[in-house]
Design a protein around this ligand. Structure first.
Ligand code: A3P
Length: 306
């Protein structure tokens, strides 16, 4: 008995997609998504901090349009402000009209680098990839899916889930292939792809927010630096602040046809190293060996403690 992860996923072009993201949606993105040169694409693996970087990047891009006291993030879920590409077709949600929504636009996807539409690489749009250490991603995914999964699916133990994760069977996994795809792209075309770690943003927020804003083409001016604009954006988007907003405490987002996920499910711990409370020494050991093997020669390393 394998448990819900296998019932919940399907394979496409070498990656495991959650059934909530239907194949037609992914293929639609591949065939039709034409970003403009100025648009920005946020790419993550699920549970890597999408719910943090959506508001951060949205706030950076739109900072001249909105006042902090009436900011749309105070009343709208980050997931409703930044379109999640592969869900659009599925739900027949009208795509935000790029001519009426403040352009340029920010989009988000989980699609692996090798499966992006040809138009993405043909355009000059910039890609920001957020990477989080695999132990926290694994633990975060496990507890998230425990809460939101269809209860008709077969239960799955943490041990079994980890075994599957190590074999590559995780949301949009194999984890390594997803991360390394964007890591290599960031080395080959650094002006197009920024590879940023959740742990770095946690540890040195202002430095990395400035770096992110510069890459996005929205550097903070000297005047803004004096006014503490970057600091204000970090405050607005902090775990505590967003989690405690009414919209994120009580609202829902649609994730598949008749499925809704409560917004508060996207705010669990928001820490680096929570995996230590959940994985045994043996599990840690196994993962460390696998990580070493998978990342060998890539130049990429994870930090999994705060
Ligand atoms: P944990 O389960 O470890 O707490 P995603 O948005 O990609 O699904 O990722 C969700 C993870 O990001 C969860 O991790 C969640 O708590 C964390 N998160 C959400 N908002 C955050 C924020 N503003 N700052 C830091 N982490 C945040």
């Amino acid at each position: 008995e394998e448990g819900w992860m296998e019932e919940y996923t399907y394979e496409y072009q070498g990656f495991w997609y959650p059934s909530a993201t239907i194949l037609e949606g992914v293929m639609w993105v591949q065939q039709n998504f034409k970003p403009r040169h100025e648009d920005i694409l946020l790419v993550t693996l699920p549970k890597s901090g999408t719910t943090w970087f959506k508001p951060l990047m949205f706030a950076v891009m739109n900072r001249t349009h909105f006042d902090l006291s009436t900011h749309p993030l105070l009343t709208t879920s980050p997931h409703d402000l930044v379109p999640f590409l592969e869900l659009y077709l599925h739900h027949k949600i009208p795509f935000p009209n790029p001519d009426t929504f403040y352009p340029p636009q920010l989009f988000q996807t989980h699609i692996p680098f090798t499966s992006l539409s040809q138009y993405v690489m043909e355009s000059q749009c910039r890609i920001v990839y957020i990477c989080r250490n695999p132990k926290d991603v694994f633990v975060s995914t496990f507890y998230f899916l425990e809460k939101v999964r269809d209860k008709k699916l077969t239960p799955l133990s943490l041990e079994k889930a980890l075994e599957l994760f190590c074999k590559g069977l995780s949301l949009y996994g194999p984890f390594w292939d997803h991360v390394l795809g964007y890591w290599k792209a960031s080395l080959e075309v650094p002006d197009r792809v920024l590879f940023l770690k959740y742990e770095d943003m946690k540890r040195d927020s202002s430095f990395h927010l400035k770096r992110l804003a510069e890459f996005m083409g929205y550097p903070f001016s000297v005047e803004e630096e004096k006014q503490g604009v970057a600091h204000d954006i970090l405050e607005l988007c902090s775990f505590e602040n967003l989690r405690n907003l009414k919209v994120n405490k009580t609202g829902n987002i649609i994730t598949s046809n008749n499925n809704q996920v409560e917004n508060h499910r996207f705010f669990r711990k928001g820490e680096v190293g929570d995996w230590k409370r959940h994985l045994t020494a043996e599990m840690e050991d196994g993962l460390n060996k696998l990580i070493e093997q998978k990342l060998a020669g890539s130049g990429l390393a994870f930090r999994d403690s705060s």
